[in-house]
Ligand binder design. Structure first.
Ligand code: NDP
Length: 293
């Protein structure tokens, strides 16, 4: 392996220390702690794991954290009413509705219902619009976390070719927009690839920075990566694994060993972007709290 690891644990611990210190200062000044709420509907093992981690991490920096669990049978109208309650509760600075939602609930309606100032996942179209215009706002937590990681390692981005695989609203599209903005990290020439892209490797082999968010475990191998590229693996998929006591293991969208042999920097899975997503969420919650104050 020749690549340097972009270590989500080191970076997120550093950012959490900064957040913890800022919160301690607010509390010393007589303010209440920031309050983050997570809403979870139904029983999804992966969602439970993510929400537990968000709760643990927000408490570890001194935030108040509440998890609201609702049964799979919750109706869309009931969830929208709950969101209205959270929108108007002055003691709550930010909240997330964990995806995926049960099929009978329209996730877009839910995203649109969240008050933009409390949208700490950064999914509301109002926040997307501000982001595209380069106006300071709550950014989507995963791309934001990736920017924080690039910044921490002082990775040069200006003038680089950045290829993003994936065009989802929560990862691919905002990532591409942020890497092309006139700021650091940014100022890249960006190409966004997706399932209809012909000759994917033509693009990946020209990528100085390659962000992979396809949801297909280990689809990108070292032989289609430009030597010396910075490789950011967003993927998290549970793959059956009888040798693991849990019955599954977590795989990224990049084949780590072959990619690490040619890249200059690479994020591991787990221990990379997942931890940075939580750091992005905590930064957003602190921002929502401080903006309100
Ligand atoms: P989506 O399924 O919403 O999007 C996947 C994208 O990849 C689509 O745009 C799709 O194209 C594209 N794609 C699929 N197959 C190919 C292919 N063969 N070649 C090129 N592009 C392809 O996924 P998300 O963006 O929500 O998530 C992506 C991955 O990241 C998942 O593993 C998810 O679990 C993980 N994730 C991790 C987070 C973290 O914190 N680390 C946070 C969020 C997600 P098309 O549009 O044409 O269908």
């Amino acid at each position: 392996m020749s690549a340097q690891i972009l270590d989500g644990k080191t970076v997120s611990e550093h950012l959490k220390d900064e957040i913890r210190a800022r919160i301690a200062k607010h509390i010393a000044n007589g303010q209440r702690a920031p309050h983050l709420v997570a809403v979870i509907v139904g029983n999804n093992g992966a969602s439970e794991t993510y929400v537990a981690s968000k709760e643990r991490n927000s408490k570890s920096v001194g935030m108040d954290s509440t998890v609201l669990r609702f049964p799979e049978t919750m109706t869309e109208a009931e969830l929208l009413a709950e969101i209205e309650r959270l929108n108007s509760d002055l003691s709550i600075d930010g909240f997330i509705v964990q995806l995926p939602l049960p099929k009978h609930i329209d996730a877009q309606k839910v995203t649109f219902a969240i008050k933009p100032e409390k949208d700490v996942d950064g999914f509301h179209p109002y926040n997307t619009g501000l982001m595209l215009k380069g106006i300071d706002t709550l950014l989507p937590a995963t791309p934001y976390g990736i920017l924080l990681m690039l910044e921490y390692y002082k990775i040069e981005t200006s003038g680089k070719n950045c290829v993003v695989i994936g065009r989802s609203d929560i990862v691919g599209k905002p990532m591409a927009a942020l890497m092309s903005r006139n700021a650091y990290p940014g100022n890249c020439t960006v190409t966004m690839c997706h399932s209809k892209t012909n000759n994917l490797e033509f693009y990946t082999k020209n990528a100085d920075i390659l962000v992979v968010a396809s949801g297909i475990p280990e689809m990108v191998k070292g032989d289609i990566i430009k030597p010396g590229a910075v490789v950011i693996d967003v993927g998290i998929t549970r793959v059956d694994d009888a040798s693991n006591p849990k019955g599954y293991s977590i795989k990224g969208d990049v084949h780590f060993e072959s990619a690490a042999a040619v890249a200059s920097y690479i994020t591991p899975v787990p221990g990379g972007v997942g931890l940075m997503t939580i750091a992005g969420l905590l930064q957003n919650t602190l921002k929502a709290y401080e903006t309100k104050k």
